[in-house]
Design a protein around this ligand. Structure first.
Ligand code: COS
Length: 382
C-alpha cells in the first residue's frame, strides 16, 4: 500500500508548526542571525508546544512522535530559520543515543530532564583532529574503580554553551580506532567540564556552536551508555536516525528559497515584464520545485523506514546528501533570481545561501554520505 496523503493529525501538526514559524520565528530570524543570539523565549514557547524533542516516548514525558511526524515538524521550523531549527532539533541528536542504548534509569533521568523543563543537551563527537574520521577521536576514558575518567576536547558542538548534559564519545586507546570507543552521558556541572569559545560562523548564526573540554572528569559507571567497542556503532546508529532530519531541514530551506523566488519573480520587472515571464528564470524556479519534491520524498521515505525499524543507513544518507546539496543549489539560484538585491542583507535569500552550506557538512559531509551510500550499495550486491 502506498499513500502520499498526510493524515488529518499530520495536517494539523503542519498547520500548527507553520503558524508558529510565521508568527514567532520569521519575525526575529534576521536579528538573531545578526546578533548570534539564540532566541531563548522562542525556544521556550516551542518547548511548551511539544516541538522540542518530540520523539521522546510518552513514558519519559515526551510527545512520542513518530519520525515521519518529526520530519514534517522540522521542515516547518526550518522554513523560518535553519539556525534556530538546528538548535531546537539538537536535543533529538543528543536524546537519540539514549533512546537506542540507554537503560531505563538513564532514560528516566536524562530524557526526563529534557521533557520536564526547557533545557538543552548536546552530542559531542567531533574533535579538532577527528571530523569525518569519527573512529580517529583522541578523547580518552580510563576506568577508576566504578567510575571513568574522561579527558579531551570536542569542537563544533551545537548548543555546547547551553547544554545541561552531553553525550560524549571517548576511547580507551586511540590506536584501537572504532573498537576502543565508548559513549557516556556527562553532566554539564561535573567537575572538569568547561565550555570554550563560541564560534563565529558563516551561517546558521542563531545556533550556538562551541568547544567543550573535559579535564579529568569523573563519570559514574551508571553513566556509561556504550561499552568499549560499542560507542562508534552507537554514533553511526544515531546518525542513521538523525540524518533524515537534516534532509527535513533542507526541505524547509528549499521551500523558502522557492517561495521567495516565485514572489520576487512575479513582482520584479525587467525588459518591461515580470522576470517570471523570462524562460531562464522559469528554468531556475522549475529546478527548485523538482529539488523540493524529490528531497521531500526521500526524507519521508527515510523517516518512514525509521518508524518501521531495521537498518536504514542507505536511504538516510540519500536524503541527507540529496537534501543538503539541493538546498545549497536552490539557495544559490534564489540569490540569482533576486540579482543584485539577492546579495543584500535586506532581502531574505543571502541568509539562505549562508545557512545552507553547513547542511553539506554537519552530521557527515556530502562526501561521507556518498561513502556510506557506496558501501551499502556494494554490500547489497556482494
Ligand atoms: N550502524 C551500525 N554499525 C555500523 C554502522 C551503522 N550505520 N556504520 C558502521 N558500522 C559498524 C561497521 O559494521 C563496523 O563494524 P565491525 O567492526 O563490527 O565490522 C564498524 O562500525 C566500523 O565501520 P566502518 O569500517 O564503516 O567505519 P569507518 O571508520 O570506515 O567510518 C564513516 C565510516 C566514514 C561512515 C564514519 O566515520 C562517519 O560517518 N563519519 C562521519 C562522522 C560525522 O558525521 N561527523 C559529523 C558530526 S556532526 S554531529
Amino acid at each position: 500500500m502506498l499513500n502520499f496523503e498526510l493524515s488529518p493529525e499530520q495536517k494539523a501538526l503542519v498547520d500548527e508548526t507553520r503558524r508558529f514559524t510565521r508568527e514567532k520565528i520569521i519575525p526575529i530570524a534576521g536579528e538573531a542571525d545578526k546578533t548570534h543570539e539564540f532566541p531563548l523565549d522562542v525556544f521556550k514557547e516551542a518547548w511548551e508546544l511539544g516541538f522540542v524533542g518530540p520523539n521522546i516516548p510518552e513514558e519519559y514525558g515526551g510527545a512520542g512522535m513518530g519520525e515521519v511526524d518529526h520530519v514534517l515538524l522540522t521542515e516547518e521550523l526550518a522554513f523560518g530559520c535553519t539556525g534556530i531549527q538546528t538548535s531546537m532539533t539538537a536535543n533529538v541528536l543528543a536524546a537519540t543515543p539514549i533512546l537506542i542504548a540507554g537503560n531505563d534509569a538513564q532514560k528516566k533521568k536524562y530524557l526526563g530532564l529534557l521533557t520536564s523543563e526547557p533545557v538543552f543537551a548536546a552530542y559531542a563527537l567531533t574533535e579538532p583532529a577527528a571530523g569525518s574520521d569519527a573512529a580517529g577521536i583522541q578523547a580518552t576514558c580510563r576506568k577508576d574503580g566504578n567510575d571513568w575518567i574522561v579527558n579531551g576536547s570536542k569542537c563544533f558542538i551545537t548548543n555546547a554553551a547551553w547544554a545541561s548534559w552531553y553525550i560524549v564519545f571517548a576511547t580507551v586507546d586511540p590506536s584501537l580506532r572504532h573498537s576502543g570507543i565508548m559513549a557516556f552521558v556527562i553532566d554539564r556541572d561535573a567537575q572538569g567540564v568547561s565550555v570554550g569559545k563560541t564560534e563565529d560562523k558563516l551561517g546558521q548564526r542563531a545556533s550556538n556552536t562551541a568547544t567543550v573540554n573535559f579535564d579529568d572528569v569523573r563519570v559514574p559507571g551508571d553513566n556509561v551508555l556504550a561499552e568499549e567497542g560499542h560507542g562508534f556503532k552507537l554514533a553511526m546508529q544515531t546518525f542513521d536516525r538523525t540524518r533524515p532530519d537534516i534532509g527535513a531541514g533542507a526541505c524547509g530551506l528549499i521551500r523558502r528559497g522557492l517561495e521567495e523566488s516565485i514572489a520576487y519573480a512575479l513582482e520584479r520587472k525587467t525588459f518591461g515584464v515580470p522576470i517570471a515571464e523570462h524562460q531562464m528564470v522559469q528554468a531556475l524556479i522549475a529546478e527548485m520545485g523538482i529539488k523540493y519534491e524529490a528531497t521531500r520524498l526521500l526524507v519521508h521515505k527515510s523517516a518512514w523506514q525509521i518508524d518501521q525499524g531495521g537498518r536504514n543507513s542507505l536511504v538516510a544518507s540519500y536524503s541527507k546528501a540529496f537534501g543538503a546539496d539541493s538546498a545549497m543549489q536552490v539557495a544559490i539560484d534564489a540569490v540569482q533570481v533576486f540579482g543584485g538585491n539577492g546579495y543584500m542583507t535586506e532581502y531574505p535569500v543571502e541568509k539562505l545561501m549562508r545557512d545552507a552550506k553547513i547542511l553539506q557538512i554537519y552530521e557527515g559531509t556530502s562526501q561521507i554520505q556518498r561513502m556510506v551510500i557506496a558501501k551499502n550499495l556494494f554490500a547489497g550486491v556482494r
